[in-house]
Design a protein around this ligand. Sequence first.
Ligand SMILES: [Zn+2]
Length: 369
Amino acid sequence: MPDLTKKNIETDEDTGATTGLLTYSAAKVPLPNKFATTTELNATRLVGLKQEFPTEFIIAGKLIYPETLKRILKEEEFLKEFARRVARETGAHEDALSLLFLVWKGEAAVSESSDLRTILDVQYFADMDVITVQQSPGVSPTDFIALYRFAERWLDNRGLDKPLMPILTPAGTRDDFEKTLNAVLKRGSKLIGFDMRGGFYYQALRSLEEAKKKDPELWIHAFQVPPKIRFGRNYLRCSEGMMLPLYGVDSFNRWVVPPPPVPLTKDKINMFDSANWGVFKRKEWDKQYGVRLHCTCPMCNKQKLPTFFLGKVLTVLGRSKVHDHYAQREQLLEFSKAVKKGNAKDFVSKRKYPNDFLQQMAKSEAEAS
Ligand SMILES: [Zn+2]
């Protein structure tokens, strides 16, 4: 196995949240953490960010429509161009590690080992640091484990000494999810990816939390995390990513959203609020906090709400992405300090929206039992 390990692990007794340092060759990655996607890196160029965007990992998130997949699998030149593009986008950031994540669209899926081999080859050509093997929607636990084992053999055959990350998809039941999870853990995997698919999968998160309790050395990363938590039919104000460390998740990245069918407007753009860990749209922010942006990140620095929203819609969307990234990373750092001091619970429940969320969860757990 390559030397990807977690060190200096500290656990908060009340919440089970952990801090640690993920080390891999020369890289040292503090956990918990939020990593940038290639979409966010593109946004930094759009908004003209002067400094280097902070991230220890780059998630090359690619939307894969059935037609795209078909071409990758069948056309050599298309595959190579796809790999070159991934390499270019991740290579611009020299110090960061990289991995490929496919966002399945429509019926696109990889369920045959011959198709998986091509996807693995893409990652080889693009020189990814961590090799991913994703469970497409609808692929059973047994079939996925067969694919995972195929990927293990592929690494051996290629003579590649790189970590292999299985990425699990939410299953219909907690049992089904655990079947897959336990099978990869049994094969000795120390890293687990979970595709949140823009939702909030409470049962699966509880399973991950338990796995983490048994083995704090696991590195658990969540992909495709939406801004807010969907609870029943409603969206809670609370930021979803910020709650994930309470369920054993060490790191996450935001969702990669396809271009909307209806034009995006400035009023639909979400912004993370570092004071209370809420997520607000422009009018909601104005109502709650007025025009003041209580954030000192390079995007907000000395700006007020109206100037933040000046310019084209995509520029404002870019600013919100860049702000969210800085603000959430900063708050995760504060959170990890609290974990080290053993007062993570207090730290989280002092913030309005996490507190609301935790109360809701406690209430629905009590009703269910
Ligand atoms: Zn900011």
